[in-house]
Design a protein around this ligand. Structure first.
Ligand SMILES: Cc1ncc(COP(=O)(O)O)c(C=O)c1O
Length: 374
């Protein structure tokens, strides 16, 4: 045994990212079940065939799936597939593709991201007009693709009606629509709908697995029936050329298949159980911080609709909480003494973690929860 194998692992579940969470045991079991013997590489294996079947039953017989390594890769492959070389991709100013991919859509994909204001992370149909005037102008990147994120980077969720209206408006404007579904499970769980419905009619989705309990697996899923034939021919080449083709694909496919098909006694699939739990923990966390918000010691900056809580707090409070829990600063606060932080819950966040953070925050903030007494 080497040192890292025998190290003491802290059981504290942090609030930094759903990527901090461990792998769900049902996913690990699926990987173990995929292990052993030789299987054809590059996706010509029985496990990937099972994942393809699961995709057909969840997203419809026209859907086509391509497992990839990570979310940035899924986004870049999708956007490249949907856009010509001269295309621009309209997206929220807060979109992961705009701010957190080190410019990969531009550098790797050769596509310009065209940001629009989205104070709560949701793009509106009206904001599409920001770039529409550039259509046909040879000097300007052509706004031919809209990318939306569901649930959004700010922890909000498009309602089905608003997402459909946005996607319809984009289609009417001649755009294709990509959906960054790194947290599509959290959105579907929050809305009480299927994964397919939560996509709202998008043409292609980056289907998230890693934040939903997988070890590390995502997939590009083509949803639009009219794209199927072309994508079946083109996407294998694009995925390889962008270095997102895994050779031992059965292990990625096993993770994704487990999320879609591993059901409990009530018949609920793993993706739903994990997302529902993470969302419930975020709601609890917000409730824990409510007394501080009511006393004006902190301020929520976004509604909590999925698995994240965004809250502005004094830097001193954030620093003290960080003695116990990790979490990210998101934006500078409204004064130099404050900071907006993101508190993210995961499939493995426990009620005790949430209560502990709440008690610590209330203790440091000098605010006592009336229901718990002083
Ligand atoms: C909205 C969103 N999209 C995509 C990703 C995927 O990122 P990665 O390339 O780290 O898997 C993330 C991860 O933080 C995300 O939050």
């Amino acid at each position: 045994m080497t040192a890292w194998q025998t190290r003491e692992v802290s059981q504290t579940r942090h609030f930094a990212s759903d990527n901090y969470a461990s792998v769900h045991p049902e996913v690990l079991a699926a990987i173990a079940a995929a292990n052993g013997g030789h299987e054809p590489a590059y996706g010509a294996d029985a496990v990937t065939a099972a994942f393809d079947e699961a995709v057909a039953s969840v997203f419809g017989a026209d859907a086509l799936a391509f497992p990839v390594f990570n979310g940035t890769g899924a986004n870049v492959v999708s956007l490249m597939a949907l856009s010509p070389r001269w295309g621009g991709v309209v997206a929220s100013e807060h979109a992961h593709i705009n701010v957190d991919e080190n410019g990969a859509p531009e550098r790797v994909g050769g596509l310009k991201v065209l940001p629009v204001a989205a104070p709560d992370g949701r793009v509106t149909p009206a904001s599409l007009s920001r770039w529409q005037g550039d259509l046909g102008d040879e000097h300007r990147a052509q706004p031919l693709v809209l990318s939306v994120t569901q649930s959004t980077e700010l922890g909000t969720v498009y309602s089905l009606d608003s997402l459909r209206a946005l996607i319809d408006a984009a289609h009417e404007a001649g755009m294709r629509v990509h959906l960054d579904g790194a947290r599509i499970a959290n959105a579907a769980a929050a809305l009480g709908v299927s994964l397919a419905e939560a996509c709202g009619g998008a043409d292609m989705v980056s289907l998230g697995g890693t934040k939903n309990g997988a070890m590390g697996a995502e997939a590009v899923v083509v949803l639009a029936a009219d794209l199927r034939e072309r994508m079946a021919a083109d996407l294998p080449h694009l995925r390889k050329a962008t270095m997102q083709l895994g050779s031992k694909m059965r292990y990625a496919s096993a993770q994704l298949a487990a999320l879609l098909t591993s059901v409990d006694d009530a018949g609920d699939p793993l993706w739903l159980r994990n997302a529902r739990h993470a969302n419930a923990m975020a709601a609890e966390l917000r409730a824990e911080l409510e007394p501080l918000a009511a006393a004006g010691a902190v301020a929520f900056t976004q509604p909590t609709e999925a698995n994240a809580v965004f809250v502005e707090m004094p830097r001193t409070l954030a620093d003290e909480l960080r003695q116990t829990f990790r979490f990210y600063d998101w934006m500078p606060g409204s004064t130099p003494e404050t900071v907006e932080v993101r508190l993210m819950c995961s499939w493995d966040t426990q009620p005790g973690d949430v209560e502990r953070l709440g008690e610590l925050a209330r203790g440091i903030g000098g605010v006592h929860d009336v229901t718990n007494g002083p």
